[in-house]
Design a binder for this molecule. Structure first.
Ligand SMILES: [Zn+2]
Ligand SMILES: [Zn+2]
Length: 537
């Protein structure tokens, strides 16, 4: 079986893997590249395969960086089956047409400029209508059932705990009478999610394709995130400012509503009278889908619903559907909380709210999600003094906060815990869906902690996955030796630290310490390390 990494390779967005099993071709995810003009170029690139030749598309979850180019695939000739969970299918029925609408609006804006500049007009990546067309290929299945989609390919979707309906894909592939099992982690959820179960642990796999978004970071203590939000809200209200929360329409918005519901229901809550606007038609529709798919939640949330408390509804919560209602928010006299999409601020109504609030020092902008490189959100988080919105330069005067605990992604600890769930070591783990530092750090730790061979594939790279033991064993051995060196180095470090302690103790006891020999040994070690490093280069 061959696998080609067509997206999320050495980057976070654009998830897409092409799997070829004999004559059968299937895709896992077909996501949009996000963040800046380089991403746009990748979205518009020609495919390296013919869409009509793709038999199946397995979709891990509804996020646009995993599903966002499906309408383009259909527009260019795909006619196969799209297999995903029922909840993901439900979410895609609103997210993809919304994405098509954004493509159309942005292209219209670009074309106005191009027309004035005497340039030729461009086509949108796809339209809202293309997205509606694509929906007829979707088939929703349940978690945990093994289905055979082809004589040589079976699969099962497991709960990834990342967003409603998100899944880990287990795939069994038969070739030349031999079977291999490949696991695609999809996006793995954080244990902090108040709504969803933890990501499912997988017992075994021959090969794993794994996300690394937070490979180099730990989330702060989860108990603090609601308190952080509360403090920011109260502080801002005291200054008579607004709290603007750029939020992904799906999952994050509902998670924020869940937290606000809890904060508002607390005894003597100071938030009771503060209006909360959900200003995103997509978020409003997504909330309805969440309310319809209660079985996907964890037991506590299901119980909450059963007790009659809808966690996505509370007094003073206002859903603004029309653009008139949206505009009216900015005439609001009282301080208010505005939750709006898109989460990375590159599109949607959030841009208007940033335009009206970023320049006001009494206001706060609270980021509660991942900000891709080059996105507007990332520039603001990174401390931009001013940003351009609708062709206008806006001074950034408001307070800017990031609350990381809201992340829908497992952090470094969570990712490593998930790897530890494999009872039988996979032959190799391919690390994707991460920025450079996250990928290299996670790779280092997987080698160090588990001695599992791993690789960071490049965009467009094709790798042959075969059950043939020789090739995988040889590769494993080379990584295993690195792992054993690592263990030796760890021992050496411990020895040196112990020695240093002894020397310090001796010195403080007034004993005469002879350090010449030690210096000599350290020098020798340093020159050996230098030698090895030069040879490796
Ligand atoms: Zn995701
Ligand atoms: Zn993703």
């Amino acid at each position: 079986m061959k696998i080609t990494f067509l997206g999320a390779a050495e980057m976070v967005t654009g998830s897409c893997y092409l799997c070829e099993v004999d004559e059968t071709k299937l895709l896992v995810d077909f996501g949009m590249f996000q963040g800046g003009s380089a991403a746009d170029d990748l979205n518009f690139n020609d495919f390296t395969f013919h869409p009509a030749e793709i038999d199946y598309l397995i979709l891990t979850h509804a996020h646009i960086d995993h599903s966002g180019r499906i309408p383009q695939l259909v527009r260019r000739g795909f006619q196969g089956r799209i297999i995903t969970t029922a909840a993901t299918k439900d979410l895609c029925s609103i997210m993809l047409p919304d994405s098509g609408f954004i493509q159309e609006t942005e292209t219209e804006w670009i074309n106005k400029k191009r027309l004035r500049a005497g340039k030729s007009l461009v086509e949108p990546l796809y339209t809202s209508e293309d997205a509606h067309d694509a929906l007829k290929y979707f088939e929703g299945i349940e978690y945990d059932e093994i289905i055979t989609i082809h004589e040589n390919v079976s699969l099962r979707l497991r709960n990834a705990g990342h967003i409603l309906g998100s899944s880990i894909l287990e795939m069994w592939v038969k070739e030349n009478d031999k079977e291999i099992k490949i696991v695609f982690s999809g996006d793995l959820g954080s244990k902090n999610s108040p709504l969803l179960d933890h990501p499912t642990m997988i017992d075994e796999a021959d090969f794993v394709i794994m996300e690394s978004t937070y490979g180099n970071r730990l989330h702060p203590n989860s108990r603090n995130k609601a308190l952080q939000l509360l403090e920011i809200i109260l502080e801002t209200v005291k200054k008579k400012g607004n709290i603007v929360i750029p939020s992904f329409a799906v999952e994050r918005t509902q998670e924020i509503l869940y937290e606000l519901n809890t904060l508002k229901e607390a005894k003597e809550s100071k938030l009771k009278d503060i209006p909360v606007f959900v200003d995103s038609p997509l978020a409003i529709n997504a909330t309805k889908i969440f309310e319809r798919n209660k079985t996907y939640f964890n037991d506590d949330t299901i119980k909450l619903f059963e007790s009659g408390d809808n966690p996505f509804d509370f007094p003073n919560l206002i859903f603004t559907e029309t653009s008139e209602e949206s505009k009216a928010i900015n005439f609001e006299k009282r301080s208010c909380i505005i939750i709006s999409a898109s989460g990375m601020c590159d599109a949607g109504r959030i841009k208007h709210h940033l335009k009206h609030n970023l320049w006001r020092s009494e206001c706060s902008v609270v980021f509660v999600g991942y900000q891709a490189k080059e996105s507007l959100g990332r520039r603001i988080v990174d401390g931009a003094k001013s940003v351009k919105l609708f062709g206008e330069e806006i001074n950034v005067q408001s307070s800017i906060y990031s609350i990381e605990g809201f992340s829908g992604h497992a952090d470094q600890k969570g990712l490593l815990e998930w790897v530890s769930g494999f009872k039988k070591k996979p032959s190799k783990i391919f690390l994707t869906h991460g920025e450079d530092e996250a990928l290299t750090e996670l790779s280092r730790l997987i080698t160090k902690n588990f001695g599992i061979a791993n690789e960071i594939p490049k965009l467009g790279q094709t790798i042959e996955l075969s059950p043939c033991k020789e090739s995988s064993v040889v590769k494993e051995r080379s990584f295993a030796s690195v792992a054993s060196i690592q263990t030796n180095i760890d021992h050496l470090k411990n020895d040196f630290e112990a020695l240093l302690e002894q020397l310090q103790e001796a010195a403080s006891a007034g004993e005469y310490v002879k350090t010449d020999e030690l210096y000599y040994l350290i020098d020798e070690l340093q020159s050996t390390v230098k030698d090895v490093k030069n040879k490796v280069k």
